[in-house]
Structures are given as structure tokens and as C-alpha cells.
Design a protein around this ligand. Structure first.
Ligand SMILES: Cc1ncc(COP(=O)(O)O)c(C=O)c1O
Length: 265
């Protein structure tokens, strides 16, 4: 697996081109909308170029749209699959919008890869529960999905905004974070790096948890990142969580300063 950097415009397709020049790439997996962990979208010109590259260089793209309907801001971009239908496998899921416990998702693909995927799925788990699939199909056909989104989007948007406000309240001047267009997470970069593992342990001691950036990166990141999830936590708890996280950051920095002053024996 080769990591491709991402920025506020999504996957860096120029960096992907450099990888394509050196490696035989079989599959490029990405989320084009409301990406986990950054919550950002792939910019239209990058989308077009990626579609062209997939066709020219003949590799598959796995376009994971799992968060694409959990959108708080911005227009839904056209799926990449529209640009290169024979080269893109699109996947979606009810996990992030309706309920993770349903364990239901779908894939859209064209050509021999579709049959191959269906066979692989059968070999892997002997089918997903048929009753829950029928229930989900009725739910989707009845307009229930759209009604659910109309309720859940403002619910999660409030939590996103609360988390962004709490970060400003307790960590101002110490971090960078773009307001996510959608999804369940805020991707935080600390201005001054520290050891993510030490911070994780210290944060747990303060009763708060997060996903260290290294866990969701293919290569070891040069900076310190934290993925903070707001979906399960109400605004007062989010504020308390960020307050505790800020305390944990200060404690790790204090220890680092102390260690730097200790004589080397
Ligand atoms: C980016 C992304 N894709 C796919 C999934 C998996 O979704 P499902 O619960 O439908 O397996 C997740 C869940 O965490 C996710 O974050």
C-alpha cells in the first residue's frame, strides 16, 4: 500500500501521477466526498484528472462514498464513477447515516469486475442477512432515508460546530483544523509536534480518547494529527473532552521540556 498525501482539496492527484510513473498501480482507493478523517471533498479538476488517469493508465478506483450523504456544507460533487464508469467501483453504506448495526452497504460497478465482486462477497460471508436487506430496500423506497437525513444532518452539524467552537475555546493558537464539509470527524494538526502515543496515553488518563493521526495514515506522518469524532458526544461533553485534551497536551509538553533539561547520563 502506498500512501498519497491529501490536502484541503482532497487527494493530491499530482502526487498520485508521480507514483504512477514509478509503480504499476492496480487500485486507487479514496473517498471523493466528506473524506474520513478530514471531512473534505475532492476538487473538481482533481476529480477530472483522476478519471482520465484511471482510463489512460488502466487501473481501478475504489470510490468510497460512505460519508457523502452526511454533508453539512457545500454542494455534493459529481461521483467520479460518472466520469469513468468502467474503471470505478463505487461503494456506499447505511452505516453512517442510518445505523452501523444494520451492516448494510452496496457497490456499483460495471463489467467483469461486478461479477467478480459478487462472487468474492459470497465466498467471504455467504450473503448478508436477507431480512434486513428487504427492510432497508423498503425504507429506501419509502423516502424514509431522505427523512432520516433531514433529521440527522442538523443533529450532527450542531455537534461539528460545537467541537470547532470548543477547540477555539481551549486550544486557540496551538492547532489547525479545517471545518469539515461533512462526516463525523474533525482532523486536527498541532502546530508544534509531539509524540502521539504519549499524548494518547495521557489523554486516556484524563478520561478522553481520540484517534492518533498515525493510525489512519499509511506512512508515519511528519506532524502530529488527531482525529476527533463528534458523532456520539453531545456539545457539553465535547467541550469537557476538548478541555481535558488541552490539559493532556500541556502535560505532555511539560514532561518533554523537563526531559530535555535532564542531564544525559
Ligand atoms: C471511510 C469508511 N469507509 C467504510 C466504512 C465502513 O462502513 P460499514 O460500516 O458499512 O462497513 C467506514 C466505517 O468506519 C469508513 O469510515
Amino acid at each position: 500500500v502506498i500512501g498519497i498525501p491529501i490536502d484541503e482539496d482532497g487527494l493530491d492527484v499530482g502526487a498520485l501521477e508521480q507514483v504512477l510513473a514509478r509503480h504499476e498501480v492496480k487500485l486507487c482507493a479514496l473517498q471523493t466526498a466528506c473524506q474520513n478523517p478530514t471531512g473534505q471533498d475532492l476538487a473538481p479538476e482533481r476529480r477530472e484528472r483522476l478519471g482520465e488517469l484511471a482510463v489512460e493508465r488502466n487501473f481501478f478506483v475504489l470510490e468510497d462514498g460512505v460519508y457523502s450523504d452526511m454533508r453539512f456544507a457545500g454542494e455534493s460533487p459529481r461521483p467520479l464513477r460518472e466520469l469513468a464508469p468502467g474503471h470505478v467501483v463505487y461503494t456506499g453504506s447505511l452505516s453512517k447515516t442510518v445505523g452501523g448495526g444494520l451492516r448494510l452497504g452496496w457497490a456499483a460497478a460495471r463489467g467483469p469486475i461486478f461479477e467478480r465482486l459478487a462472487t468474492l462477497k459470497l465466498e467471504t460471508d455467504f450473503h448478508t442477512n436477507t431480512l434486513s436487506q428487504h427492510m432497508a430496500a423498503r425504507f429506501l423506497a419509502s423516502g424514509g432515508y431522505e427523512r432520516q437525513l433531514r433529521k440527522s444532518i442538523p443533529f450532527y452539524r450542531e455537534r461539528r460546530d460545537a467541537l470547532m467552537d470548543s477547540l477555539e475555546r481551549h486550544l486557540a493558537g496551538e492547532y489547525r483544523a479545517q471545518r469539515p464539509n461533512g462526516g463525523h470527524h474533525v482532523w486536527v494538526t498541532l502546530d508544534r509536534p509531539l509524540n502521539e502515543r504519549d499524548l494518547y496515553t495521557e489523554a486516556l488518563r484524563h478520561g478522553v480518547s481520540f484517534t492518533p493521526g498515525g493510525v489512519v495514515s499509511v506512512e508515519r506522518p511528519a506532524q502530529s494529527h488527531l482525529r476527533l469524532s463528534f458523532s456520539l458526544v453531545d456539545p457539553p461533553e465535547l467541550d469537557e473532552g476538548v478541555k481535558r485534551l488541552a490539559r493532556a497536551i500541556r502535560e505532555v509538553r511539560r514532561r518533554d521540556r523537563h526531559a530535555a533539561r535532564m542531564p544525559v547520563s
